[in-house]
Design a protein around this ligand. Structure first.
Ligand code: PEP
Ligand code: MN
Length: 355
């Protein structure tokens, strides 16, 4: 059940609702929205009548949530969740583009790519330092050295950084360098990791598992939310089906379905969704048109030599071309592409940095 407080509800009225629920052993999760405070009640509610809350001072209404995911459910939250990352807002009217290499490979590669995606208009830099690879003999990522290069790229370009965290033990370390923690598809149901990222105050992008149902993705988001971290975004990155023509089947239905079921921002990843750079443009355009709040796209200066996912990586010039098309599509659906906030521009000069 969710208790929606009146916009003018006082702190004491909110506390009274929380105390009433906790007195019967029900867990409370207050969400302090811009207009309303909403208190999600999770646990055995049979010991208390719903009317008890409805009658309390400052309460506007109570809503029963049928879905097994409570905190992720659309009606838990007034409006959509917005997540601010270094002045870039994800989940608002503007569509955010995150771009960068699959793996961080070298200083030159990450800086060159960071500048290229920034110049094309991306507002968040992606790059993997810990790589979940199918084979243990494939490149596993640069680890902390890679995180340091991402932090250097952020310092130089001003772009906030998203990077994957694969283990509970490295959550603190990745938090020191990253602005958004990525939970990869293979770790969607790594519950220990979900608990751990739920306990930190960093935005998390949770990717849909390779054979994850939408409901399962939402339940995994619930693990993070129920630990207190409300800054969660959901990412559609393609699922495994009987189709073998593409690496994965990019489930575009998931974008509007997730928007309907949840208040959390929805990110689309057409790079992993297709596995083929020639399909990244069409599916990026489609995902934007379908209502994604953000796109995450792999870009590499020399995809043929990429340590991972070269086949699905765009060259910087192709990415810049795509950004131009995305601006047109955004306008056609009444949105726009997020531009760099002042904190990102801040007098930074590429020539000085790459010298
Ligand atoms: C990635 O973003 O490079 C990645 C490994 O993604 P996924 O977990 O979706 O396969
Ligand atoms: Mn990749």
């Amino acid at each position: 059940m969710v208790v929606v407080m009146k916009p003018e509800a006082t702190a004491a009225e909110i506390a009274a609702v929380i105390n009433k629920a906790e007195a019967v052993g029900v867990n409370t999760h207050p969400i302090y929205g811009k207009e309303h405070t909403v208190i999600a009640l999770v646990g055995d509610l049979t010991k208390i009548e719903r009317d008890v809350f409805t009658a309390m001072a400052g309460v506007q209404k109570t809503v029963r949530i049928q879905e097994p995911y409570k905190l992720a459910a659309r009606n838990t939250h007034p409006g959509k969740t917005t997540i601010d990352v270094g002045g870039v807002t994800i989940g608002g009217p503007e569509v955010v583009v995150m771009a960068g290499p699959c793996s961080v490979e070298s200083r030159q590669q990450v800086l060159e790519t960071a500048w290229a995606v920034k110049e094309a208009g991306a507002t968040i830099l992606r790059g993997g330092a810990f790589k979940p690879r199918t084979s243990p003999y494939s490149f596993q990522g640069m680890g902390e050295a890679g995180l340091k290069l991402l932090a250097e790229a952020r310092e130089q370009t001003g772009l906030p950084v998203i990077t994957e965290v694969m283990t509970v033990e490295t959550v603190q370390m990745v938090c020191e360098y990253a602005d958004i923690l990525q939970i990869g598809a293979r770790n969607m149901q790594n519950y220990g990791l979900l608990h751990a990222v739920g306990k930190v105050q960093k935005p998390v992008m949770l990717k849909r598992g390779i054979s994850g149902e939408i409901k399962e993705l939402l339940m995994c988001a619930e693990y993070i939310l129920s630990n207190g971290n409300m800054q969660v975004m959901l990412c559609e990155r393609g699922i495994r089906t009987y189709e073998t023509a593409t690496r994965n089947t990019f489930d575009l239905n998931a974008v509007p379905v997730l928007q309907r079921l949840s208040h959390l921002p929805v990110v689309a990843d057409p790079s992993h969704g297709t596995g083929d750079w020639e399909l990244v443009g069409p599916m990026s355009r489609a995902a934007l048109a379908a209502g994604a709040d953000a796109l995450i796209i792999e870009v590499h200066p020399d995809p043929d030599k990429a340590a991972s996912d070269g086949a699905q990586s765009l060259k910087p010039e192709k990415f810049a071309e795509l950004m131009g098309q995305l601006r047109l599509i955004a306008a056609a659906v009444g949105r726009s592409i997020a531009t760099h906030p002042a904190a990102v521009n801040n007098g930074r000069v590429k020539e000085a940095i790459l010298a």
